[in-house]
Design a protein around this ligand. Structure first.
Ligand code: PLP
Length: 430
């Protein structure tokens, strides 16, 4: 008997798969009328249908919720919950082992802490990366590490040459330096992909010098769907990879970290120390598993993935913007577009508030597409782009902000522009 009436309406409707009859308890069906709505939050259009702010707005589908209903309970109290999902993911990514995490922030921080067990620790990362802008400085506070945050010289992704320029290799004779221990590579970063061949070059270099590579592959699924290589290909260029489950896959929370067995064993310790061990993770792991199968798809190479809709929409919107003489900061490659609003004398506050008045949600100059967007929202955004660009042409006296607005996405947007500007300066100087 179910004691809580908090079951989503969509699950109360007879589904093709059919729920166990006993899930509709007497008391439940009696109180149902009070909370049943004609259209459930899990039927189309979903809450993310008009939301271009982030793919985190995607929500669990009925199939994911079914998976939650069929989860085994009390699977995690021994500290080894979500085991089957972890095994599935290790196999999919081609590593020995995997561990389920509460979030990608935790996944990154646990992985970094696991790699860095003896200071001094230097970490090279991209100046635009999530760990620099959106993880509360955990690299410093949790791992006591020194970040060397660099801009890619090509303006888009770090290369081996960028890393070689800043890496601190040490044989221990210099007691002043902070040796680089870890290369933290975010891929994709801002929707742009670090190609496999570059990752392989960096991995060879790292192996040669005893450095570790952690890949923040929160959206690595997208690189696979864009046909840049399989999860296995990308994972073979790293010692650990974090994959986010709560971005475009629509899972409410979670991430998975993969690596070799020894690494994951230690990561479980660190996860526990940070409060990330869960009692009944099977509920979320089951949901995530269903999402990997439903949204990413059954094929390791990402063929026929639902995520490809996000890429099609982004391409369509980027082409539309370009056809209207709009500029992009970086090329569109996956499900992210960075508009150059300054070039069009459009302020981001105004851009957002006007869009909201027209029924679509935007955040900063970044547009993030996902498979749960409605066609109507895309048409609306296209019209909005056109009207904004026409208005902007007549505008006079626009002064761009001297510094980025005080939110993380705006800061990253500014860093994306900075990287491109430095790349142009470098090229001009060569
Ligand atoms: C979203 C994101 C994270 C953090 O994910 P949470 O689950 O929200 O903590 C980490 N890295 C990248 C690249 C991300 O996009």
């Amino acid at each position: 008997m179910l004691s809580s009436p908090a079951t989503p309406d969509s699950l109360q409707n007879p589904s093709p798969d059919g729920l166990p009859a006993e899930s509709l308890s007497q008391s439940l069906s009696m109180s149902r009328a009070s909370w049943q709505r004609p259209v459930s939050a899990w039927q189309q259009p979903g809450p993310a249908a008009f939301d271009f702010r982030s793919d985190v707005t995607t929500t669990a589908t009925p199939r994911l919720l079914q998976a939650v209903m069929s989860a085994g309970l009390n699977d995690g109290w021994t500290g080894n919950g979500a085991k089957k999902f972890e095994e599935y993911m290790a196999q999919l990514v081609g590593t020995e082992s995997a561990v389920f995490m509460v979030s990608s922030t935790m996944g990154n921080q646990v992985a970094i802490r696991t790699h860095l067990n003896r200071p001094p620790n230097g970490v090279i990362c991209d100046a635009r990366s999530h760990i620099m802008h959106m993880e509360t400085g955990g690299l410093a506070s949790l791992s006591g590490a020194l970040p060397i945050a660099i801009y890619p010289s090509n303006g888009v992704y770090l290369t081996l040459e960028d890393i070689e320029r800043y890496v601190v290799l040490s044989d221990g004779t210099d007691a002043c330096n902070c040796p680089t221990r870890l290369l933290h590579l975010e891929n994709p970063l801002g929707g742009n992909i670090m190609p496999l061949h570059e990752m392989k070059r960096i991995k060879e270099f790292a192996d040669c010098h005893g450095l570790k590579i952690h890949v923040d592959g929160a959206r690595l699924w997208e690189a696979v769907v864009a046909q840049h290589g399989s999860l296995r290909d990308f994972a073979s260029g790293a010692h650990s990879v974090n994959l986010c489950l709560s971005k475009g896959l629509g899972v409410p929370m979670g991430s998975i970290v993969v690596g070799d067995a020894e690494f994951i064993r230690h990561a479980r310790w660190v996860r526990k120390s940070m409060g990330g061990a869960m009692r009944q993770p099977g509920i979320m792991a089951n949901c995530a598993w269903a999402a990997v199968e439903e949204a990413f798809g059954q094929s390791a190479s990402g063929d026929e993935s639902l995520l490809s809709r996000g890429h099609e929409l982004a391409r369509d919107l980027a082409n539309h913007w370009a056809a209207l003489d709009g500029k992009l900061v970086v090329p569109q490659e996956t499900n992210v577009i960075w508009l150059d609003l300054d070039a069009l004398k459009i302020d981001e506050d105004e851009w957002e508030s006007q869009a909201k008045a027209e029924g679509i949600l935007l955040h900063s100059s970044r547009i993030l597409t996902h498979y749960q967007l409605s066609d109507e929202a895309v048409a609306q955004l296209k019209g909005y782009m056109q009207r904004s660009l026409e208005g902007a042409k007549e505008r006079e006296g626009y002064v761009p902000r001297a510094k980025p607005r005080n939110d993380a996405v705006s800061r990253v947007a500014a860093a994306m522009k900075e990287a491109m500007m430095l790349a142009r300066l470098r090229n001009a100087a060569l």
